[in-house]
Design a protein around this ligand. Structure first.
Ligand SMILES: Cc1cc2nc3c(=O)[nH]c(=O)nc-3n(C[C@H](O)[C@H](O)[C@H](O)COP(=O)(O)O)c2cc1C
Length: 197
């Protein structure tokens, strides 16, 4: 079956792509405005480059067409923290996708503990294996549509000491949660790369 995306509505396009670009990592994004800590997950999330260190998240709109709080806060303050998600945080991460008013904090509503780690940036979610300290770089104009991709410069990376399994070789290990359609997946067995001759 071939799906011509010019004829599909936004919901069908989302269904097709979200179930075929899998698994997707989840950026658990923390922003802040006037003391209100905003937390939301984004699975249209990729690493763009290591030099310069940049990532991309794609942000849609609220159901009433207004900007999601994450987008509004990044536009205003040019900063965010991206946390990586492990299985133990699956439930609060999922709940933090609830559409709230701009003055309501997912951290408060869902009792998601955070800690101030980087001066001038939003807090880091407590207990995460890894967090990226990001500055806004640019929005990408896709020439219409309702989603806005944001390029973010990664300024610092926090890795929990417990997840650094070999300091000399800088080996990091954690159990990420990935998005598959509307469900989630955990990583299966790691497979070694074949030896090239
Ligand atoms: C696992 C997961 C991944 C999501 N990925 C995205 C995404 O990539 N882009 C997006 O706009 N919304 C995504 N959402 C929905 C947002 O998290 C949701 O709209 C949230 O309310 C936005 O919050 P904010 O208004 O505080 O920014 C996702 C939700 C879940 C549960």
């Amino acid at each position: 079956m071939i799906f011509n995306l010019e004829n599909n509505n936004i919901n069908e396009k989302y269904k097709l792509m979200a179930q075929t670009i899998i698994p997707r990592p989840i950026a658990w994004v923390v922003t802040e405005d006037e003391g209100v800590v905003n937390i939301a997950p984004f699975s249209y999330f990729i690493g763009l480059s290591s030099e310069p260190a940049t990532v991309l998240i794609s942000v849609g709109h609220k159901s009433d067409g207004t900007s999601k709080d994450t987008l509004r806060n990044i536009r205003k303050h040019k900063r965010c923290i991206i946390c990586m998600v492990e299985e133990g945080s699956l439930e609060p991460m999922h709940f933090s996708a609830k559409e709230l008013g701009a003055n309501e904090s997912e951290a408060e509503l869902f009792d998601i503990k955070t800690e101030q780690m980087f001066e001038g940036y939003p807090p880091v979610i407590s207990g995460v294996p890894c967090a990226y300290v990001c500055d806004f770089n640019q929005e990408i104009d896709l020439g219409g549509g309702s989603t806005i991709p944001l390029v973010l410069n990664v300024k610092q990376i926090y890795v929990n000491d417990e997840n650094i399994t070999d300091k000399e070789r800088l080996t990091i290990s954690f159990n990420p949660v990935a998005r598959i359609g509307k469900s989630y997946a955990l990583l299966g067995n790691e497979v070694s790369a074949p030896v090239m001759r």
